[in-house]
Design a protein around this ligand. Structure first.
Ligand SMILES: NC(=O)c1ccc[n+]([C@@H]2O[C@H](COP(=O)([O-])OP(=O)(O)OC[C@H]3O[C@@H](n4cnc5c(N)ncnc54)[C@H](O)[C@@H]3O)[C@@H](O)[C@H]2O)c1
Length: 263
């Protein structure tokens, strides 16, 4: 029951998509620091350069598996790469996502498909491929990175929000259908973080102050602050946690403080 052994990921294999991004990069580094062998996946290998240097410096065992998740064959190809490289899979983190902020009036069927293919379709089918590998090797943990946008609406974020809400919903079905294979499925639901995906929000003074006024902790979250939730869900520390979602949002969905302290 010592924390070091509860959260120990030694000998486990973890595949992380969007590993070149703020969240995916930190989650990969966190899993590797806990002892996991990690498979770094992103559409852009260049974006993974700093992470790869970090993994090399830490003498982590890792492989790089580039994948463009818009390609319908990407999930199967990634599963093949995992089997070839390590012969097993214990953790999948679906962290890749894209967003284009447009009012519903401007959303075309093409834009809908472009965003949804990465955020929802690829995550769904990669989880399915991961399940096929995991069930052959004793089980595992699937972690879908969603968003507080599953619970609150945001102006101009209709497609991404719908994708994330659907991903949260389907995670419950994954939990139910795959428990018999000793596979757990959960979500991490971040609030407003400081990464390239959310940079346009933080660069807009009105929107940045709107967020800071509403977030009880009154600051952006850092992607490193998701590592704890990820290790909990990935490791034996979370062995009875399945079908749920952990919010990491500085309290924003719980409610908002007054602009000034009363009294
Ligand atoms: N940043 C936030 O405030 C925030 C808030 C809530 C949820 N999230 C979620 O966190 C996760 C990571 O977001 P982030 O903030 O690190 O974003 P990011 O833009 O820093 O990283 C996303 C990564 O996904 C990769 N990617 C994009 N399209 C791809 C494709 N077609 N195939 C493969 N990879 C592709 C990008 O190259 C990038 O490295 C996402 O699921 C996002 O929805 C982020």
């Amino acid at each position: 029951m010592a924390p070091a052994s509860l959260f120990d990921m030694s000998g486990k294999v973890a595949l992380i998509t969007g590993a070149g991004g703020g969240v995916g990069g930190w989650l990969t580094a966190g899993l590797a620091a806990a002892g996991a062998r990690v498979i770094v996946s992103d559409v852009s290998v260049e974006r993974c350069a700093d992470l790869i240097s970090l993994l090399e410096a830490g003498k982590a065992e890792f492989a790089v598996a580039p994948a463009d998740l818009r390609d319908p064959r990407a999930p199967e190809n990634l599963a093949d790469a995992v089997k070839k490289e390590f012969g097993a899979l214990h953790v999948l983190v679906n962290a890749a996502a894209i967003n284009t902020r447009e009012p519903i009036a401007n959303v075309t069927p093409e834009l809908w498909t472009e965003i949804s293919d990465v955020n929802l379709k690829a995550a769904y089918f990669l989880a399915r491929e991961a399940m096929l590998v995991m069930r052959a090797t004793g089980g595992g943990s699937i972690i879908n990175v969603t968003s507080i946008n599953t619970e609150i609406g945001l102006e101009g974020v209709s497609v991404y929000g719908a994708n994330k809400a659907a991903l949260a919903q389907v995670t419950k079905t994954m939990c139910i259908e795959w428990a018999r294979y000793n596979i757990r499925a959960n979500c991490i639901s971040p609030g407003f973080l400081m990464t390239s995906l959310s940079r346009p929000l933080w660069e807009d003074a009105d929107r940045a102050s709107w967020i800071l006024e509403r977030c009880p902790l009154r600051r952006p979250g850092m992607p490193s602050e998701l590592v704890g939730a990820c290790l909990l869900l990935a490791s034996d520390a979370g062995s009875f946690i399945s079908g749920t979602s952990i919010r990491v949002d500085g309290g924003l969905v719980a409610g908002s403080p007054w602009k000034s302290v009363p009294g």
